[in-house]
Ligand binder design. Structure first.
Ligand SMILES: Cc1cc2nc3c(=O)[nH]c(=O)nc-3n(C[C@H](O)[C@H](O)[C@H](O)COP(=O)(O)OP(=O)(O)OC[C@H]3O[C@@H](n4cnc5c(N)ncnc54)[C@H](O)[C@@H]3O)c2cc1C
Length: 346
């Protein structure tokens, strides 16, 4: 495997900011992954695993060790009882897998159409949209355990999935490299039409939408919010939603509404309420289209910080800090960022 030096990382991300990788390698096979990990460990290089770069803010200094780009490919499918099981290699394009599943009339991930990045990136923050999360259909995740060098299959129940989290970005952050993800989907299953945006899109129809129609609707809705990567659209130079939707107890939510008025919200697990972070950001004065030099807020979505061209990571962090401070002052809520910050604490 070829190890390159001083490779610019900004072009490998959707935000298009950040410095270089001191060392960089691309893994096309599980053997490559093992070899790269062994090399990094022998030489004492800190290791960062790169997927599609769609959920990253890379520091202006870049990464001081080895960046390993996961480029393993291959999708296979097999029948297992009432389910169709898809094994997808970690470097596969996520939306390509969704398209493949939908074309095979298998339900379970259709609402996750149009999300950028790789298959291997999806379990990390338990990717979700429009009422589906990958944890609903992942049956297991094949990983390399960098602490002992073993490859193992982690069942769904051991992956610690919850809203935008898993063991991969929390308790065991940095330990596992995802090699393959196995999804169990429902052949001939109905599309999941739960969220208001999707219900609105299909309102007044006499028959339920097919999986393919749902996929197209999701992509159209995402396009209208610049949540679909369209080359040349600077509203897409982002990491998607920059903040997680806060999860509040019902009591805290009612207190917040009593002070602030009606806020868009969704029911969450354990009786909690998920509050729209976009609303909090907008009602703190950071409206769509806001510009602060080379950074700003997407013209189509208040939750996306965007690089309008030539932004640095420091510019992004400055705007993030301002938003967090204002939302905290105004609503008493500490917004948690969603992207991964790379190379800031080295
Ligand atoms: C326009 C836009 C829209 C988006 N919409 C959504 C959305 O609706 N819902 C949502 O949940 N997210 C969304 N995102 C965020 C992002 O697309 C997802 O989090 C995606 O799954 C990240 O995958 P990636 O391959 O790009 O990972 P990267 O950004 O490369 O990496 C993200 C994290 O995952 C780790 N990682 C990546 N691959 C592996 C691997 N093989 N093994 C171990 N760790 C790995 C990295 O080390 C890093 O910590 C959006 C982003 C953009 C730019």
């Amino acid at each position: 495997m070829h190890i390159q030096q001083q490779v610019p990382l900004a072009p490998l991300t959707t935000f298009k900011v950040g410095g270089p990788a001191r060392y960089f390698a691309e893994a096309l096979s599980e053997e490559d992954v093992r070899a790269a990990v062994a090399e990094a460990q022998t030489r004492g290089w800190p290791l960062f695993v790169l997927g599609g770069g769609s959920n990253l803010v890379i520091s202006d200094a870049g990464w001081p060790g080895l960046v390993l780009k996961i480029a393993l490919t291959g999708i296979s499918e097999r029948r297992d009882g009432a389910r169709m099981v898809f094994d997808a290699a970690a470097g596969e394009d996520w939306d390509g897998l969704v398209a493949h599943a939908v074309a095979s009339h298998c339900a379970g991930i259709e609402c996750l159409s149009g999300i950028p990045g790789t298959v291997g990136g999806t379990p990390v923050q338990n990717v979700g949209a429009y009422g589906q999360e990958v944890s609903d259909t992942i049956s297991s995740v094949r990983v390399l355990d960098t602490s002992g060098g073993k490859i193992c299959e982690l069942p769904n129940a051991d992956s610690g999935f919850a809203y935008r989290t898993s063991i991969f970005n929390a308790r065991e952050r940095g330990r596992y490299i995802v090699l393959r993800v196995t999804f169990a989907l429902v052949p001939g299953g109905a599309a999941h039409i739960e969220y208001a945006d999707l219900k609105g899109h299909f309102a007044g129809r006499s028959r339920p939408p097919t999986l393919a129609e749902t996929r197209e609707a999701v992509r159209a809705i995402r396009l209208s919010k610049a949540m679909l990567i369209v080359p040349g659209d600077d509203d897409c130079h982002s990491a998607g939603s920059f903040f997680k939707n806060p999860l509040l107890t019902r009591q805290a939510f009612e207190q917040l509404q009593a002070r602030a008025g009606p806020i868009p919200n969704f029911p969450a697990k354990d009786g909690r309420v998920k509050v729209a972070a976009a609303w909090l950001v907008e009602h703190s004065g950071f409206t769509k289209g806001l510009a602060r030099g080379p950074v700003g807020i997407s013209r189509k979505h208040a939750l996306a910080i965007v690089n309008r061209g030539g932004a640095t990571a420091a510019d992004i962090i400055a705007l993030k800090n301002q938003i967090q401070r204002r939302v905290l002052d105004q609503f008493g809520i500490q917004l948690q960022p969603e992207p991964v910050f790379v190379g800031f604490d080295q």
